[in-house]
Design a protein around this ligand. Sequence first.
Ligand code: MGD
Ligand code: MGD
Ligand code: SF4
Ligand code: MO
Length: 683
Amino acid sequence: MLSGDGVKQLKKSICPLDCPDSCGLIVHVTGGRVTALGGDPDHPYTNGFICRKMHRYPERLYGSDRILYPQLRIGDKGAGKFRRISWQEAIRLCGEKLSQVRDKFGPETILPYCYAGNMGMINRFAGFPFFHRLGTLQLDQTICSAAAGAGWDAHCGGLAGCPPEQAADSSVIVAWGIDIKVTNVHFWQYVVKARKKGAKLVVIDPCRNETAKSADYYIQVRPGGDGALALGCCKILLGWRKTDGAFIEQSTEGFAEFESYLRTRKIGEFVAASGVAVEQMEQLAALVSENRRTFMRIGVGMTRNSRAGMAVRAVTALGAVLGLFGGGSGRGVLLSSRAFGGDREVLVHKKLLAKETERINMVQLGRALVARTPPVKALVVYNSNPLSVCPDGSMVRQGLAREDLFTVVHEQVMTPTARYADLLLPATTFLENLDLYTGYGHFYLGVAEPVIEPVGEAKSNFDLFRLMAKEMGFDEQPFQESCRDRLLQYLATIDSADSGLSAEQMMDGRYVVSPKAEGYGEEFRTGGRKFSFVLDSESLAPRSISLTCQEEADDPDLQSRFSLQLVTPPVADLLNSTFGERYPGTVGTVLVNPADAELLGIVDKQRVQIVNHRGSVTRVARVTTDVGPQVVAAPGLYWPAEPAPAGGQDKGINDLTSQKLTDMGGGATFHESLVTLVPCRKQ
Ligand SMILES: Nc1nc2c(c(=O)[nH]1)N[C@H]1C(S)=C(S)[C@@H](COP(=O)(O)OP(=O)(O)OC[C@H]3O[C@@H](n4cnc5c(=O)[nH]c(N)nc54)[C@H](O)[C@@H]3O)O[C@H]1N2
Ligand SMILES: Nc1nc2c(c(=O)[nH]1)N[C@H]1C(S)=C(S)[C@@H](COP(=O)(O)OP(=O)(O)OC[C@H]3O[C@@H](n4cnc5c(=O)[nH]c(N)nc54)[C@H](O)[C@@H]3O)O[C@H]1N2
Ligand code: SF4
Ligand SMILES: [Mo]
């Protein structure tokens, strides 16, 4: 029974947001309406606690920005003016337009664009079978963890991360490029437990972030300086003979080459490239080597620059030198849990793609829309808000404004991207559809049933693409199956043999633990797995873990014009750009070091323009040593005010970031752009 009769019901669900915690939820439903959301105390990792963002989700669910029915653009592109149409008309129109574009310009002028607004495995990938069958361009989904994954896999292969619970028994926890108290809040419980037993927390970050403010040691590394810091520590440990010789001997390869590279370099090079003084490097090396029970929690913050892959490679090398991959109480390295395998083919049906088509890197959407030949003629956006999250936002906006581009946006709320739609379609939230969720910061999965009927005329991604397939006359098996069928098929490919549960059993509302949660380190101790310090000759990346240059931050021409490196991390109230509608027109802050503020004539709480060759954005300056010299931090992907202030233009912080890619994985370099600050004149 979905709709109640005035009696409050408590129903289980799972948070669908792109957050490592993937919380178990209890949803309060009265008379078919959600009245509150809380944590599920039965969830073994999230333990009944949820963040403040999700507490406020009912406001989003029923907010005035919610898109309730299909709509067609009536105003200028981007003006956000639409008229209501029926679903029948919407699907017919969409089918007609996509067919026209395919027949006239070819299917490789149609671009699907999606990411992780909804982490449910079925809905997240629901469009792939449709676009494969249509033969469109393919999207490389690189915007978040591609660089981190490539750096990790370079030396660790497909290794899973260490279960976060291990950290509770550590005596040193290193938070490296991650703001645990903001982006991975449930990990904090293990920090608290460990500290009660005397453990120390070290935070390595260019910004004294929320986690750093509560740390025992804070190391203010330069953005992009992590590789140098990790290599410097390795060199110091070698000099002290404080490496884990047994682990290196039994479970690694290529160490001699790594060692000889380190011996040829002077420690001063690592100090200069990391911005971390040698005394502080030694302090870190001493802490992690004297405390056998060291846990490194690595975040993706260190991978938003052009040395991203190398940073992760060097940090994993430090983990190997310390023997942390061999496991043991309180010892481990966690970047991403990678708890469940599962066969993605069951979700994406790549076999429906008749011939391989060009791949577009999602980070370079601006270029794809503005400069590609032949031009992209139709864009279908779902599960993403590219105008806010994609780098070089002004170029994305220029592309979306093209009169000859047909843009479909399937959304829950009126985002900056949705305002540019020609055809706007209403999407369900996780409370209104079935799906399966796995966390990337822990080792549990669960299936969540809908707890209410769809709000307005919203349809799930799965239902949208099934309707579209029918309209286009696609009748292959994947377009016949129900959401539940697909879910069961996918579950059947997950390590169910090891968990001892059938797909049906995994559907019954329990939290399923991955077999990988047990026995971290065994693969290295007894399984014959080796950490290789060097890459094989087929790899495109440098063979050795070594110091490399940065693309934008080391560009002398740009440096001469823009002296500050911009870091753009998340804030607690937003999840990427999700919830932006709750804070319209919020002018976020930009943290600037007192030395730079003085040089630029900026005082605390003054409005400033952050400017570079790509664009300019207004923020409120906070003058603080929380960032080092020549670094500024502008947290939060806030949405611009609508309508834009008189004479102004609608903008977001990504107007300043670049489409340049990371050294590995084709990721985004969100934390590397060069900028300057210009004080706003008093109004
Ligand atoms: N509240 C909230 N939680 C979130 C999100 C959100 O938007 N809001 N986003 C979610 C998503 S999709 C993801 S991928 C994760 C991301 O979460 P994290 O893994 O924490 O990564 P980031 O948020 O990019 O940055 C974390 C920290 O890295 C720092 N940093 C920037 N450059 C460097 C560098 O070169 N070296 C080092 N050491 N640190 C650097 C930033 O200052 C920041 O404090 O969080 C998820 N959780
Ligand atoms: N400057 C800067 N930019 C960044 C980052 C940064 O740290 N700095 N972080 C980057 C990272 S880590 C990531 S992961 C990306 C995230 O990029 P996105 O995945 O685009 O993330 P969101 O901003 O959360 O936008 C997701 C949109 O999907 C919609 N949505 C949610 N569920 C559904 C659904 O079921 N169906 C449909 N059709 N829509 C749905 C939501 O309403 C929301 O508007 O942003 C990146 N951008
Ligand atoms: S956003 Fe993260 S912390 Fe908040 S409820 Fe969702 S999974 Fe939990
Ligand atoms: Mo992300």
